[in-house]
Design a binder for this molecule. Structure first.
Ligand SMILES: Nc1ncnc2c1ncn2[C@@H]1O[C@H](COP(=O)(O)OP(=O)(O)OP(=O)(O)O)[C@@H](O)[C@H]1O
Ligand SMILES: [Mg+2]
Length: 298
């Protein structure tokens, strides 16, 4: 036991004494890192969930670039409001307060309702009529006490023909009215474009942007939080200018990339025995920037 590790969160300190392999496994394990913007979105979602039922429910649109933490936020919210299995609930009915689906690519009504039925754990046949799927989906959502419908990858609406797009947007409007529950759309700027193409939807969806990161206090705080949960034996001072700048430029401000860069460097820090991340280590991981990766010809 080499006590101390003041740079680590108290709950992580004891892990710093583990051997290299188990620490590398821990470093690579997905975990939730809180940051102000995510907490604000989570609070807005809580608000929506407790909103009294009205004819016209407010909706929310979480918009941001790809790999920037949108799905992580709605997943965290869903985990905070888990369902109850029929066997465990008082009246013997399964409950599911937050229903989350992905808008299928090349979307049509049949596939969309198929996605909802799948999320509800309801068996269905792709050959069922659209009206049947629609009916079942709405009925089961009501029976399961659904209080929010989250639609991830909403930008996939745009992958359909103009006619399909119209129909799906109409359907969303109809669904919100019929169920009287808030809809939460999640997607890239394209999702916002899709919503804006419908005059009635646009003023029902409040956009919450999740922009790229820049070098500010919140970014530095995120790095400190991250450093505190990675069981390295020495402090790296990730939030200091040199390292913070290096991580930001390697990741081009994309949250998922920032975390991936730091994790790779942390693994390297364990493997080499250096036990702290340095700018050199970030270069050594050979990280290819997202924009460079897109240019690679395969
Ligand atoms: N709060 C967080 N804590 C820890 N890791 C995170 C967090 N948010 C994002 N990440 C990391 O970033 C990756 C990408 O996040 P996520 O899948 O939520 O992005 P997205 O915005 O939904 O992307 P896409 O538009 O491509 O679906 C995650 O796999 C995870 O590694
Ligand atoms: Mg996502």
């Amino acid at each position: 036991m080499s006590g101390g590790y003041a740079h680590l969160h108290p709950s992580v300190r004891h892990l710093a004494d583990e051997d290299a392999n188990s620490r590398i496994r821990r470093i690579r394990t997905d975990r939730w890192i809180g940051y102000a913007r995510a907490e604000a979105v989570l609070a807005a979602l809580e608000d929506l969930l407790s909103f009294p039922t009205r004819t016209r429910m407010p909706n929310l649109l979480l918009v941001g670039p790809t790999n920037n933490g949108k799905t992580m936020i709605v997943e965290k919210f869903r985990r905070a409001h888990p369902g109850t299995a029929a066997a465990e609930s008082e009246d013997g009915l399964a409950l599911l307060p937050v229903v989350k689906v992905q808008m299928p690519p090349g979307p049509d009504e049949g596939r969309f309702f198929g996605a909802i039925l799948h999320a509800l754990g309801m068996p269905f046949s792709p050959r069922d009529r659209i009206a049947t799927k629609q009916d079942t989906a709405v009925r089961i959502m009501q029976a399961m006490g659904a209080r929010m419908l989250v639609i991830d990858e909403l930008h996939n609406v745009l992958s359909g023909s103009a006619m399909q797009q119209r129909r799906l947007l109409n359907l969303l409007r109809w669904l919100g009215n019929e169920l009287r529950i808030p809809l939460v759309g999640v997607g890239t700027a394209e999702a916002l474009r899709a919503i804006r193409s419908d005059d009635q939807l646009v003023n029902r969806f409040e956009p919450h942007p999740l922009p790229l990161w820049s070098d500010d206090d919140e970014y530095r705080r995120l790095l400190s939080t991250l450093e505190a949960v990675l069981p390295l034996r020495k402090p790296s001072h990730l939030a200091d200018s040199a390292l913070a700048g290096r991580v930001l430029s390697a990741s081009e401000g994309v949250l998922g990339e920032m975390i991936a860069v730091v994790i790779r460097a942390a693994v390297r820090a364990v493997e080499t025995g250096a036990e702290a991340i340095s700018t050199r280590m970030i270069e050594d991981t050979g990280f290819i920037r997202p924009s460079e990766r897109r240019r690679v010809v395969v």
